[in-house]
Write a protein that binds this ligand. Structure first.
Ligand SMILES: Nc1ncnc2c1ncn2[C@@H]1O[C@H](COP(=O)(O)OP(=O)(O)O)[C@@H](O)[C@H]1O
Ligand SMILES: [Mg+2]
Length: 253
């Protein structure tokens, strides 16, 4: 249940807001059925929910890849509905899809340069920021991204997105397909990114781990926000545990 009041929605610190969004891919078929979400400056927002609930679709709707049929999506107070990727990048939206999120034939350095093709002047400054979080990448800039492990590629993908100094970072299942140790590392890195001040919206199948690190979370079910609360509140909510955390999480609470 979205608990935000209208006054909070217009506050200056709201970076991303979805208001009653109905959206889908095919004519007459909506995947998002009235989704609401708010991400405020500096927040780490988690989105969990069953397979097929529309989590990836929600991120794609912010990044202009889904037809938004009603409702509104704003970034820094302005509607972004209908804008294409290049305009969204200018508005400060960075999206890391779940798969195919690096250019495998390019080096790490070239991948990072691709991340700020719209503003190459800030390369040195942004490289410093990114390698402050992902130090190991800074030592291997000439290595081809295709030769990296899954976890390392995920780091390159997140780094590429961070190069442009985004207002909001959208991450679709950063821990997917990684070994348990690498999954832990992915969550720590997402925390580090957020602690460095980046407003982040993360979709995760690993629901418990996600709620443990996020400021606030949303449970998405059948294209609607079914529950909203702090990570801690959702982790301890018997209904959320019963319906969504029983089999989804791999960690102990
Ligand atoms: N490109 C697409 N075209 C048509 N339907 C899609 C497409 N991508 C996803 N869907 C459908 O949208 C629904 C929600 O998918 P998705 O957002 O990927 O869910 P989640 O990420 O929560 O598992 C599913 O029924 C899926 O089949
Ligand atoms: Mg998904």
């Amino acid at each position: 249940m979205s608990a935000e009041n209208p006054a909070a929605s217009s506050a200056d610190d709201v970076v991303v807001e979805l208001k009653d969004v109905h959206a889908g891919y095919l004519p007459g078929v909506n995947i998002l059925n009235g989704a609401n979400l708010i991400a405020r400056q500096g927040e780490l927002i988690g989105i969990i929910g069953p397979n097929g609930a529309g989590k990836s679709t929600l991120l794609k709707s912010i990044f202009g890849m889904v037809n938004v049929r009603s409702g509104d999506i704003t970034v820094n107070g302005e509607s972004i509905v209908g804008l294409k990727a290049d305009k969204l990048v200018k508005r400060g939206v960075a999206f890391v899809p779940q798969t195919n999120n690096v250019f495998p034939s390019l080096s790490i350095e070239e991948n990072l340069q691709m991340g700020l093709y719209q503003n190459p002047k800030i390369y040195v400054e942004r490289l410093e920021f990114v390698t402050g979080i992902f130090a190991e990448l800074g030592k291997r800039l000439k290595q081809r991204a295709g030769s990296l492990s899954g976890g390392e590629r995920q780091m390159v993908a997140m780094s590429r997105a961070l190069m442009m100094d985004p207002s909001v970072l959208l991450l679709d299942e950063p821990s997917a397909g990684l070994s348990p140790v690498r999954q832990d590392d992915a969550f720590i890195r997402v925390s580090d990114i957020n602690k460095a001040g980046v407003t982040t919206i993360m979709v995760e199948q690993n629901a418990r781990r996600c709620l443990q690190i996020c400021d606030r979370g949303y449970v998405l079910d059948q294209g609607k926000d079914a529950y909203e609360g702090t990570g801690r509140d959702l982790l301890n909510d018997p209904k959320v545990i019963g319906l969504y955390l029983g089999t989804l999480g791999t960690d102990a609470a």
